[in-house]
Unconditional design. Structure first.
Lengths: 456, 327, 305
């Protein structure tokens, strides 16, 4: 198999896939779940249940609140206790539906069996509707509604569907486990999306540090025999799983600044999304479960887990079930150590895109005191977008928005390679993120003004 | 720990720091230092010690009492400056001259610009050039290697000095070379007069390879200097071998190896981008060779690096990395 | 020899003269005509270039003032009425007097009142912190404590109190330029009126910005305004409004009687410039260190959530 990777920048953080050997276990239900209305990119969903309603697992409890939005379903059967704001992992308030759990009774029409359904429905629109109805969103991190991504604007043609099995973040193993344990479902999901996109080529990209996944996925592809699906082994490099980087690695094409992947004929979907698409289309099962990794460098191997969780489970409940927050944990992270978010509120609940509870020890995560920039240029070498973080950092400090825009701060994907590789421990990304938001705001305002002027 | 930390991503850091990088540079210099001490004896050790010690102490004193911000003190970087300065001086340099060189390197070239990362010119080279123009007697007083335990130290000229001298007297390059008995083997393995950094090309190259393997530096600058020197000297040598020295001689003599591997690649005073690094290297190679062939000094690497240091902000302004998805 | 000297002098002199002429004509040709009043106005400005007036600096303010038809839309918060009078005198305009203002920190979430639940380990900037999460405490409205306001203040009027972890305004130095108001991502700093005479410098304000329901707010911070409305009830002058579980005292209506200060169950109401006296027939009030009423907060308040 040809090994390839993206061409610009990248870093090699320590792999640390400690929980790779842990098979996926099913988490028992808690007494109460809190389902967030904002667990996808775009507008929050609007609740369609009222306090006191009885709901079943898989029943729609909130519908999409806009074009870019997604339906939300109840993960359990029980009674709606309240619909009120609740704090997410960062302590910010979002609307949550609180459901008192009384069992695990699923709504009608949902196939819970394990039998593999390989027949793909013919009707493209019907498939899209099903994906939309089941509230499937991208599970690679951005939680962008999948049906929107699979339905490119008229005029743009998808040439290649890339299934992202890179899982380049250290520690995380949830994607790896589903690729090992449920490869056929993933391949069927990929074939469904391939069909929706009009039968384009499909490449499943997996990093070479996961030979078991490469093997099981290749086997599944060969056994199922769908046309035009191949497995591609990628050289290990972070951030391979970044959409733009993966497109470069697989197709040797680069998405222009501010452009969408479809502009170069690419659609990228995560393996977990592929699984969710399979369950939605073939089993009519809405997206209410996902796999998350409980791991960390201060957690002994027997306490590492890969869990199949339901949305709305409090993190504190999961942590408790897994044996409590370890003593040496200095930081708790939801997501990987490079791009994950630090958890400040363990009472927050799981959402569709939750991928891990990562406990890092003080030694590995506490930041060192920043020194002087020694102009070594390591940040520029590491940046997968070819930016010059040292320059952006300097410009951010003086607030020169014009120069920041000229130096493409808006292209930053916040992957963290710059801060990761800085020998002076400068908080490069912290600063860049702030000005990036400001510059994107300026660009949007300018675009809006231009549109208004054109409309006159 | 009951209060958990919260910070923006990333939550982990590469196993690298400014100090670890400087430590690698010092390790890379060790072979050349050992060779020079073995060949020049205790006087070389004295120069190294005085230079390193005074650089570190001066940086500390300036940061602590003049700039009143101890965070500006970076011991490892001062130590590198000190060692590099010492390797640019003859072993016979008196200690007070070394100290003045350290004062200029740290005080003038580095700290007056704001300390680590702010200086425009390479501190060690600035110090060396200052001494070269201020104390030419000491700086051109070379000692033929007598060895660590050797007795008879004789003074003599460096190969480059001998050639400049000889050419002025009307001799041809070949005559001078054979009169001096210089061979490539000698140049590679430490047997010629010169400063510590000029003595053994092979020891310096070992250090250079170490830096490359450890990914401390990138090869762009060094290789482009070598290529430029080789091509330029090659052309001139083909035109008139009696007037111009050959390319291999030029690569192996003088401060060429030390300058191209350790001084020109200094992070702070070299361009950030690969493209910029190549332009920077070509500039150094050209200027160094022009000075060697046509200037009044026998050696020009230091001057070339200093001149190109001044051009770095300009190079940085026009040479950027290739950006993703942009022309 | 003599000739050389003479020639040198002649050449240098002629050269100097020629260059002077060139410079003279260039200066003449490229001369920018500028209203001399701009310079005059600029001279009376404070010269801090703080941008509090909304212009890029004092020069830009002067330029705009000279061009404008009147001074109604312009005000220098730093120089205040004094400077505006001078500017008006130069330009021959009328000037409307504005009441002097001062920056007020509407947060009382000191380390003691607001227990920390996390500790921040990123770049020490409120902006970065605010973009990341709701802060180290349970309160997602209060001060983040990284001192962006202190950095923004050009007059040295703000400093972080190391004990409380909150910014403190030095009212003698504050010019009400508004830089801190803009710098605070939580918008907890407000410019409030300050009286001109010692007597009407009496002020009462709510030192809290928490809009959450009482119970939640109180859980996060002992000194939070819980929106119970007791202060509004006791106020005889109708100066207090409650909205979003948060009280606000209108300076214009407030007579600084201080009764709300005693009524507040959490001590969220602060007074400045005077020591309030309780007028109820109840026993004499505790001597009024501003935090004193918070001493017995165990009274279980009815929250309206």
């Amino acid at each position: 198999m040809a090994k390839t990777t993206f061409r610009i920048g990248g870093v090699h953080p320590d792999d640390a896939k400690l929980s790779r050997g842990c098979t996926i276990e099913v988490l028992p239900l808690p007494q109460t779940v809190y389902v967030s209305m904002a667990q996808h990119l775009g507008a929050p969903a609007k609740p369609v249940v009222a306090v006191g309603d009885e709901v079943k697992a898989g029943q729609l409890i909130a519908e999409a609140g806009g074009f870019i939005s997604a339906n939300v379903h109840s993960p359990v059967s029980g009674k709606v206790k309240s619909i009120a704001p609740r704090k997410d992992i960062a302590g910010n308030n979002f609307m949550h539906v609180e459901i008192t759990v009384d069992g695990d009774e699923w709504a009608e029409g949902i196939d819970l069996s394990d039998t593999l359904v390989t027949e793909i429905p013919e009707d493209r629109a019907a498939i899209l509707d099903r994906i939309k109805a089941c509230g499937v969103v991208g599970l690679g991190g951005a939680t962008f509604p999948t049906h929107v991504k699979l339905n490119p604007a008229p005029g743009s043609v998808a040439e290649c569907l890339i299934i992202n099995g890179a899982e380049c973040e250290p520690y995380l193993t949830s994607d790896f486990r589903i690729m090992v344990e449920r490869p056929k479902e993933i391949v069927v999901g990929a074939a469904i999306m391939q069909k929706v996109l009009g039968g384009c080529r499909c490449v499943i990209g997996i990093e070479e540090n996961k030979p078991e996944a490469l093997e099981s996925m290749s086997k599944a592809v060969a056994e199922l025999g769908y046309k035009g699906i191949e497995v591609l082994s990628l050289k290990k490099k972070y951030p391979q799983g970044g959409e733009k980087q993966l497109i470069d690695a697989v197709m040797r094409r680069q998405v222009g600044s501010g452009g969408l992947p479809i502009s170069v004929g690419a659609v990228v979907q995560n393996v977990a999304t592929s699984l969710a698409v399979y369950e939605a289309v073939q089993k009519n099962k809405p997206l209410v479960t996902n796999v998350m990794t409980i791991t960390g460098d201060c957690l002994s191997v027997e306490k590492q887990h890969n869990y199949l969780f339901r949305i709305g489970m409090p993190l504190s409940y999961i942590a408790e079930y897994a044996g409590g927050v370890p003593e040496g944990a200095a930081k708790i992270i939801s997501g990987g150590p490079m791009m994950g978010r630090a958890v400040s509120n363990m009472d927050a609940c799981t959402v569709k895109g939750s991928s891990s509870l990562l406990y890092l020890s003080e030694g590995s995560t506490k930041r060192n005191v920043p020194g002087n920039c020694i102009r070594c240029g390591r940040c520029a070498d590491a940046c997968p977008m070819g930016l010059e973080p040292f320059l952006l950092y300097k410009l951010a400090k003086v607030g020169d928005m014009d120069q920041l825009e000229a130096n493409a701060v808006q292209d930053c994907i916040s992957c963290g390679c710059c801060s990761f590789s800085c020998p002076a421990f400068l908080p490069l990304l912290d600063q860049i993120n702030i000005v990036k938001g400001q510059v994107i705001g300026i660009l949007k305002a300018r675009a809006a003004a231009a549109k208004a002027a054109a409309a006159k | 720990m009951d209060k958990h930390l919260v910070s923006p991503n990333p939550h982990v850091h590469a196993d690298v720091s400014s100090d670890s990088l400087m430590r690698d540079v010092i390790i890379a210099l060790l072979p050349a230092i050992v060779v020079s001490v073995v060949f020049y004896g205790w006087s070389e050790l004295l120069v190294l010690a005085v230079s390193a010690l005074s650089c570190v102490l001066l940086e500390y004193a300036i940061a602590r009492w003049l700039m009143k911000d101890i965070r500006l003190f970076s011991g490892s970087s001062a130590l590198v400056t000190g060692l590099l300065l010492a390797m640019n001086l003859p072993a016979t340099t008196p200690w007070w001259v070394v100290f003045i060189g350290a004062l200029v390197a740290i005080g003038v070239a580095k700290m007056s610009f704001g300390g680590l990362g702010q200086n425009v010119f390479n501190p060690a080279i600035t110090g060396r050039v200052f001494l070269l123009v201020s104390f030419p007697t000491y700086m051109t007083h070379w000692e033929i290697p007598g060895g660590l335990w050797g007795a008879d130290a004789v003074t003599g000229a460096t190969p480059l000095g001998a050639i400049k001298e000889g050419l002025l007297q009307g001799a041809s390059v070949q005559d001078i070379m054979s009169a001096g008995g210089y061979s490539y083997g000698q140049m590679l393995f430490a047997n010629l007069g010169g400063s510590a950094g000029e003595i053994s090309a092979i020891a310096l190259l070992v250090g250079f390879v170490y830096l490359l393997v450890r990914r401390v530096i990138k090869p762009h600058i060094t290789l482009s200097i070598w290529a430029t020197v080789f091509v330029f000297a090659g052309i001139m040598w083909l035109i008139n071998p009696a007037r111009f020295t050959d390319p291999v001689f030029n690569l192996l003599t003088g401060g060429m190896i030390l300058g191209s591997c350790f001084m020109a690649t200094d992070y702070v005073t070299s361009p950030m981008s690969n493209k910029g690094g190549i332009i920077f290297g070509v500039g150094i190679g050209l200027i160094a060779m022009l000075i060697r062939y046509f200037g009044s000094y026998p050696e020009g690497v230091s001057f070339a690096i200093l001149l190109m240091n001044a051009a770095v902000p300009l190079i940085n302004r026009f040479c950027h990395q290739k950006k993703y998805g942009r022309a | 020899m003599t000739q050389t000297i003479i020639w040198t002098i002649v050449i240098i002199s002629v050269l100097g003269l020629l260059l002077a002429l060139v410079l003279f004509f260039i200066a003449k040709k490229f001369k920018v005509e500028e209203d001399p009043r701009i310079d005059e106005v600029e001279k009376v400005m404070p010269g801090a270039n703080c941008g509090g007036c909304g212009f890029a600096g004092c020069r830009a303010f002067a330029d705009a003032a000279v061009k404008a038809a009147d001074l109604d839309s312009q005000f220098c918060p730093v120089g205040g009425n004094e400077v505006m009078k001078k500017v008006a005198a130069i330009l021959g305009h009328e000037v409307k007097e504005k009441a002097p203002m001062v920056a007020v920190v509407r947060c009382n979430g000191s380390c003691e009142n607001r227990p920390r639940t996390n500790s921040y380990d990123g770049y020490p900037s409120c902006k970065v912190k605010a973009a990341l999460y709701s802060g180290d405490t349970g309160c997602s409205f209060g001060c983040l404590g990284c001192g962006d306001c202190v950095a923004a203040c050009q007059f040295g009027a703000l400093s972080m109190d190391p004990v409380t972890g909150l910014p403190v305004v030095d009212e003698t130095k504050c010019t009400a330029c508004g830089s801190c108001v803009k710098a605070c991502p939580r918008h907890i700093i407000e410019l409030r009126n300050i009286g001109t005479t010692p007597k009407n410098q009496r002020r009462v304000y709510v030192a809290c910005s928490n809009k959450e329901k009482g119970g939640i707010a109180r859980k996060a911070c002992k000194a939070a305004c819980i929106g119970c409305g007791k202060c509004a009830k006791v106020c005889k002058f109708d100066a207090i409004t409650v909205a979003d579980n948060l009280c606000y005292i209108d300076y214009a209506k407030c007579k600084a009687c201080g009764q709300c200060f005693f009524e507040c169950p959490t001590g969220a109401i602060h007074v400045a410039g005077f020591t309030p006296k309780k007028v109820e027939p109840k026993p004499a009030p505790a001597p009024a260190a501003p935090a004193a009423p918070a001493a017995e907060p165990v009274k279980k308040e009815v929250n309206n959530g």
